[in-house]
Design a protein around this ligand. Structure first.
Ligand code: HEC
Length: 157
């Protein structure tokens, strides 16, 4: 194919994509799709070697190891809020293969100062994850430090 024709074709494809994208983003779904593509946020990858595995949840081929640091477990037992910076980690194995790390991190002293992130086994972030959904579901546990496995952490010895 002569160079010129090829360039023309590539250009037409590019223009087509722009028109498509513009149409897509100006649609009524804009409020749902813009915050949904949350990529990097303030949540850091947890220091796994400093965390304690306090409980396991099993469901079919899924095995979830829940981890947090010893200070957080002590705070929970003492009825105190966990310190800012604390990580809660769900290490998700599918058929015994590491699948992902779901991470909740306490970002400040307020009881609702939590942020969420999904990390792949190589510690990269799942770029198209809507972490606002993590937050809204976990918020139902605001009286238990945003935790679903609060009772397990409380009874861990
Ligand atoms: C629809 C509700 C819901 C959503 C959405 C959700 N979770 Fe959870 N999460 C749970 C439940 C329930 C558990 C307890 C473990 C289980 O049942 O698998 C849990 C457990 C956890 C834990 C272990 C600590 C704890 O709270 O027990 C972490 C960390 C976690 N989730 C992070 C995340 C992240 C990150 C996301 C988003 C990518 C997310 N969750 C989305 C319901 C939810």
């Amino acid at each position: 194919m002569p160079r010129k024709t090829f360039a023309g074709l590539a250009c037409a494809v590019a223009v087509g994509s722009v028109v498509f994208a513009a149409g897509y983003f100006s649609g009524p779904a804009i409020n749902e799709i813009t915050p949904a593509t949350a990529a990097e946020n303030a949540v850091t990858f947890p220091p796994l070697d400093q965390l304690v595995h306090y409980t396991t949840v099993r469901r079919g081929v899924t095995r979830e190891h829940m981890l947090t640091n010893p200070e957080a477990l002590a705070a929970i037992k003492a009825g105190q809020p966990v310190a800012a910076g604390t990580h809660m980690v769900l290490v998700d194995y599918q058929s015994d293969v590491l699948h992902r790390y779901l991470v909740a991190q306490k970002m400040g002293v307020g009881s609702s100062d939590w942020a969420y992130q999904w990390f792949w086994p190589d510690k990269s972030i799942k770029a198209d994850e809507n972490v606002a959904q993590c937050y809204s579901c976990h918020r139902s546990r605001e009286d238990r430090q945003f935790m679903f496995t609060f009772t397990d952490a409380l009874s861990f010895k």
